[in-house]
Design a binder for this molecule. Structure first.
Ligand SMILES: [Zn+2]
Length: 334
């Protein structure tokens, strides 16, 4: 799911390309994407764009007459800037917004069709899209600490809860926790003041760094490579690869629809965290340390080589098993 750095760059580029210009036409290709009936798309056509802003992970395009287009990309939604009048791609095309200088194409590469557009009359109507998450970039460390400790959660879950914090999802929470050297499964109730301050600083440094990286990459173009998996990331999507800080292999825990990636040496004092898929393979007896895991792997490989019918699994944590975990699953749009 596009997170704060991605959404910020979408907003900056849309602002530069559309503010002060008329929205000539809205073309809706998928009947599911438009979730409101009034105002109609036709009523907004011809209106000049007044503002583009971010509300959590949503993009809000304001047009004259105090009306707003609320775009939620969800997981697979993407925006592209194309030559004016560009045809919508088959299957993935949701909607197109035509401007004098180009066309904003909204796509979703998923059969689930969860991305959405709401058309809203009056700024007060935007309140229902505000999940109330704290903007970590603007917040004081005291406000950040109060919000973090307001509910008892794992820190991974707290950071990605859109009602607690704004714009942070699975990818950047992994990167932030690695930068803060904190275990994703530490409970927010047990985190010291110094750790909270380090976590807040890591939020700001990580989000600012990535936003600037994307800003430099996109320049005066438009972001067309928005992905949660970037080669420059430290741990997110890096299962089995060396941690860039210490070289330890990055580990993961798969839960619900998500996974947490972490470096055991940097974040969990060398301990491996309990993972059901891992534990099932290890017959409910998961290793407590990296050394133990290596020993077990060596033990598993040796008899399997001697007796192939043992069919030892080669991966300790396949993605498609043990999908339920202790974090629970958030099915509400964030
Ligand atoms: Zn490390």
């Amino acid at each position: 799911m596009p997170e704060l750095p991605d959404v910020t760059i979408y907003v900056e580029r849309l602002r530069a390309l559309t503010v002060g210009r008329p929205l000539e036409a809205i073309r809706i290709a998928s009947p599911f994407v438009l979730r409101t009936v009034s105002p109609s798309p036709g009523e907004l056509c011809g209106a000049t764009v007044a503002s583009v802003e971010r509300l959590g992970k949503r993009i809000i395009v304001g047009v004259e007459g105090d009306r707003y287009i609320v775009i939620h990309l969800m997981i697979a939604g993407r925006l592209r800037w194309k030559p004016r009048g560009e045809r919508l791609p088959a299957k993935v095309g949701l909607a197109a917004f035509d401007f004098p200088g180009g066309t904003l194409v909204f796509t979703e590469a998923s059969p689930k069709k969860r991305a959405s557009i709401h058309l809203v009359a009056g700024r007060a109507g935007l309140a229902e899209f505000d999940r109330g998450g704290l903007d970590v970039l603007a917040a004081t460390t005291a406000a950040f600490a109060e919000r973090l400790r307001s509910e008892r959660h794992t820190v991974k879950r707290a950071l990605t809860d859109p009602t607690l914090f704004d714009g942070i999802g699975n990818a950047y929470s992994d990167e932030i926790l690695h930068a803060a050297r904190l275990s994703p499964f530490r409970m927010t109730s047990s985190i010291s003041d110094a750790e909270v301050a380090a976590l807040h600083a890591a939020c700001i440094a990580t989000l600012d760094r990535w936003t600037q990286l994307f800003r430099d990459e996109v320049g005066d173009g438009f972001p067309d490579k928005v992905t949660a998996f970037r080669p420059e990331m430290a741990v997110h999507g890096k299962y089995g690869e060396p941690c860039p800080v210490c070289g330890t292999k990055v580990q993961r825990i798969v839960y619900a629809d998500n996974e947490a990636n972490y470096c055991p040496t940097c974040q969990t004092e060398g301990r491996l965290l309990a993972d059901r898929s891992l534990s099932r393979l290890l017959k409910e007896d998961w290793p407590r340390s990296l050394e133990e895991l290596e020993e077990r792997k060596a033990q598993r490989v040796a008899p399997a080589a001697a007796a192939p019918q043992a069919a030892a699994p080669t991966s300790p944590s396949p993605r498609n098993t043990g999908r339920r975990g202790k974090l629970g699953n958030k099915s509400r749009p964030s």
